[in-house]
Design a protein around this ligand. Structure first.
Ligand SMILES: [Fe+2]
Length: 195
C-alpha cells in the first residue's frame, strides 16, 4: 500500500505572501497527505475484510474522496515547488515560447491565466500541457479534483482557495494575490516540467 510522506519547503520572505500564510498553508497541505494515507488504509482494511462493494455508500464515498485528498496533496506540492520569491525570470526561451504558442504570445497567455483566476469559487488555475500535441492551455480546477485533464502535465500551478491569500488580502483583493503569485513564481521549475 502506498504511504505518502509530507514534503517540506524552505519558503519565507516571499513578496506579498506572508510567512504566516505559508505556515498555515503547509499545515493544510500536511492534512491532505495524512488524509490520503488514512483513506488508503481504510480502503485496504475494507478490501482485506472482503467487504468492498460499490453499492455500499460508505465504501463508495471513501473511494470518491481519494480524488479530493490525493489532488489536494499533489497540487500543493506543484504549487510550493513553483514558488521561490521570484529568483528566476521567464526569459524568452522554451517556456516563454511554449506558453505563448496557443494564445498568440506570452502576454496573452498571462492575461488569460489571470482571467481564469478571476473566476468565482475555490480551486486552482493550472497551465496544463497536452502531451499529445505539446499545446499549453489554462484551466480551472474546482476544489482539487474537478477539471484536471487526463494525461496533461501541470506547468504553472496557482492555488486559488481563499486560504492561499485571506490572511494577506481581503476577499475582493484576489487580483493582488495573483500579482504576488507571479512575483514569486519560479519559472525555472515550470520550465523543467515541460515534456
Ligand atoms: Fe491551498
Amino acid at each position: 500500500m502506498a504511504t505518502y510522506t509530507p514534503r517540506k519547503w524552505a519558503l519565507h520572505g516571499l513578496q506579498g505572501i506572508s510567512d504566516g500564510t505559508l505556515e498555515m498553508h503547509f499545515g493544510l497541505y500536511e492534512g491532505y497527505v495524512k488524509n490520503a494515507n488514512l483513506l488508503n488504509e481504510r480502503l485496504s482494511e475494507i478490501r482485506a475484510a472482503g467487504k468492498a462493494a460499490g453499492s455500499d455508500p460508505g465504501y463508495a464515498e471513501l473511494v470518491r474522496r481519494l480524488g479530493f485528498e490525493y489532488n489536494g496533496m499533489r497540487l500543493h506540492e506543484y504549487y510550493f515547488d513553483n514558488l521561490s520569491g521570484g529568483q528566476s525570470d521567464i526569459g524568452t526561451g522554451r517556456l516563454y515560447n511554449a506558453l505563448g504558442e496557443f494564445y498568440g504570445g506570452f502576454e496573452e497567455w498571462k492575461k488569460d491565466f489571470i482571467a481564469v483566476g478571476g473566476m468565482r469559487g475555490v480551486g486552482w488555475v493550472i497551465a496544463y500541457c497536452d502531451t499529445t500535441n505539446g499545446s499549453i492551455t489554462n484551466h480551472w480546477i474546482n476544489d482539487h479534483e474537478n477539471g484536471n485533464l487526463a494525461g496533461f502535465i501541470p506547468i504553472v500551478v496557482m492555488d486559488l482557495w481563499e486560504h492561499a491569500y485571506i490572511k494577506d488580502y481581503k476577499p475582493a483583493e484576489k487580483s493582488k494575490y495573483i500579482e504576488a503569485f507571479f512575483a514569486n513564481l519560479e519559472w525555472r521549475v515550470c520550465e523543467s516540467r515541460l515534456p
